[in-house]
Write a protein that binds this ligand. Structure first.
Ligand SMILES: [Zn+2]
Length: 362
């Protein structure tokens, strides 16, 4: 939908701006894509993809991805400290870079489990001063993933954070049911299959609890979602769960809007686009892609290696002569850029399929 989001300015968005954005994209069956980043090379690829496609993008960091951002040798340091400082450093970089690229960014932290809540506490503590000085929060939103707890405990803790976030215009994402597979140290590969499908009644119950505090939240409800890419048939997705939940919420609360709730689609990598498009019709506003981006980044580098193999075996010596220098081939800028170019190509293709380009006129 051309120029649909022209009212949105470049830079990191505040959580309270999301309501209008999500309302409009739901109306036109569009979903934003969310990409997990671990360094400035991946961030720059994502910003460039958003810039050339004139769209809003979600950039997100996991607990271990944040840690990697500041120090890949994290065994030597406290992981918690690295994750907090890594998230803050990455966020500050994105605040500057998004203005340079002229791209509006939803800046988000991904799955925070119960064990890692101190990560979000650390970010909130830092944010108090940041908010006071700049009049906006460092992050647009945070995800609290208590899908391995009881629904009661999940909601008790989620409500506590939604209250806290609301004071700083930060949006909350929570998970109901579990995302299968394994990603960034969260291993749900052996859980019972039933837990991969959320009961719509639990979604209604959650909606009613959270809406009393703020309408600034998203729900990642599981409908068979799995992190990672596996053999065909391994994952059976059932997006009708989302449809049923929206219907239940509308009927119980006498709401006219087609899809009152904002859903998040986790584990989007490797999913048939027909299923993705169906889920968007039921109110998915954000689709998480991690594994497919990792693969496409690597594929760009792999192809570069294959095409230039004989120039990449030693500092001197290639088919042109035994003392011919290879510096121009192994310079990290050259091969990192091949990964970046492939990621940009891949994201542009997805944005095209999902009708998520040309939303801005700048
Ligand atoms: Zn996820």
């Amino acid at each position: 939908m051309k120029n649909l989001l022209n009212f949105v300015k470049p830079g990191v968005l505040s959580g309270n701006k999301l309501k209008k954005i999500f309302f409009l994209i739901k109306k036109y069956n569009i979903s934003l894509i969310a990409i997990n980043c671990v360094d400035t090379n991946t961030i720059n690829s994502i910003l460039e993809s958003a810039r050339i496609n004139k769209t809003i993008i979600v950039i997100q960091f996991s607990y271990s991805g944040s840690c990697f951002f500041i120090n890949s040798n994290f065994n030597k340091f406290s992981t918690l400290k690295c994750s907090i400082i890594g998230s803050i450093s990455a966020a500050k970089y994105i605040h500057e870079a998004s203005l340079f690229y002229r791209v509006p960014v939803i800046l988000h932290t991904d799955h925070c489990t119960k064990d890692n809540l101190k990560w979000i506490d650390g970010l909130l503590e830092y944010n108090e001063n940041y908010y006071y000085n700049y009049g906006k929060s460092l992050f647009t939103s945070h995800m609290i993933d208590l899908s391995n707890c009881s629904l009661k405990e999940n909601l008790d803790i989620s409500c506590y954070y939604l209250n806290k976030f609301s004071k700083f215009n930060i949006s909350l994402e929570i998970e109901l049911g579990c995302t299968g597979g394994e990603e960034d140290g969260i291993d749900n590969s052996k859980i019972s299959i039933n837990r991969l499908y959320t009961n719509p009644k639990d979604i209604l119950y959650t909606y009613n609890k959270l809406i009393k505090i703020s309408n600034n939240f998203l729900i990642a409800a599981s409908f068979g979602n799995t992190h990672g890419v596996y053999k065909p048939g391994n994952v059976v997705l059932c997006p009708k769960i989302l449809y049923n939940a929206q219907k239940l919420i509308k009927n119980s609360n006498f709401i006219n809007e087609k899809n009152p709730l904002n859903f998040v689609f986790h584990g989007g990598s490797g999913t048939d686009f027909k299923i993705i498009k169906e889920s968007i019709k039921y109110g998915v506003v954000k689709i998480n892609l991690d594994t497919d981006i990792q693969w496409n980044y690597w594929l760009g580098i792999l192809n570069y290696y294959k095409n230039n193999k004989y120039y990449l075996q030693s500092q001197l010596g290639n088919p042109n002569g035994i003392y011919d220098p290879n510096k121009k081939f192994y310079d990290s800028r050259v091969w990192i850029n091949k990964g970046q170019i492939n990621v940009i190509k891949y994201i542009s293709n997805i944005l095209n399929i999902l009708n998520c380009k040309d939303l801005l006129n700048y």
